[in-house]
Design a protein around this ligand. Structure first.
Ligand code: SAM
Length: 147
């Protein structure tokens, strides 16, 4: 099954980022926004190719996330229907299992604001945020900080 939203050519870029983040052959990372797991699979395969240890914490509430007043059109309506009955979460689980990477993934269901407080300080080497609105908020927050 497929519900991909991104391009496979991300794999080279991901591998470069993992190399930069690795410490003694290991990377602890968080992905915020996993949807059906396409990027999750690409990251995990890059771990394998680089023979890195470590894991990826996949954070997503797996609920509708498009504001159809802003993003109108059948594509967005259909994507907002995909989480119904847990379908998109089931697809995520199916995809990571069939890719053989489930052992590396620590799945956390919830929004980042709910999940991140449970992650110990200084325990993460790399954060990947795959949601435009959330990225904008992060940039705004970071650029308003003085420290
Ligand atoms: C563009 S999709 C992710 C695509 C996915 N990474 C891929 O490669 O196919 C954005 C995802 O971000 C998630 N999301 C939005 N806000 C979030 C938040 N505050 N915390 C965690 N996930 C969030 C949505 O539920 C959605 O699954």
């Amino acid at each position: 099954m497929e519900a991909g939203q991104a391009q496979p050519q991300r794999s080279r870029h991901f591998a470069e980022k993992l190399k930069q983040a690795s410490q003694n052959g290991s990377v602890r990372m968080i992905e915020i926004g996993s949807w059906a797991g396409q990027s999750t699979v690409i990251w995990a395969k890059a771990f394998d190719e680089l023979q890195l240890s470590g894991n990826l914490i996949a954070v997503d509430p797996w609920i509708p996330y498009f504001d159809t007043n802003i993003n109108s059109g059948t594509r967005y309506t259909a994507m907002n229907q995909a989480p119904a009955d847990g379908l998109i979460y089931k697809l995520f689980v199916h995809n990571i299992r069939s890719a053989g990477i489930a052992g590396r993934i620590d799945t956390r269901i919830g929004k980042s604001i709910e999940v991140l407080p449970s992650i110990p300080d200084h325990s993460i080497d790399l954060i990947y945020i795959d949601d435009r609105t959330l990225m904008r908020m992060c940039f705004m927050t970071c650029s308003n900080r003085n420290d």
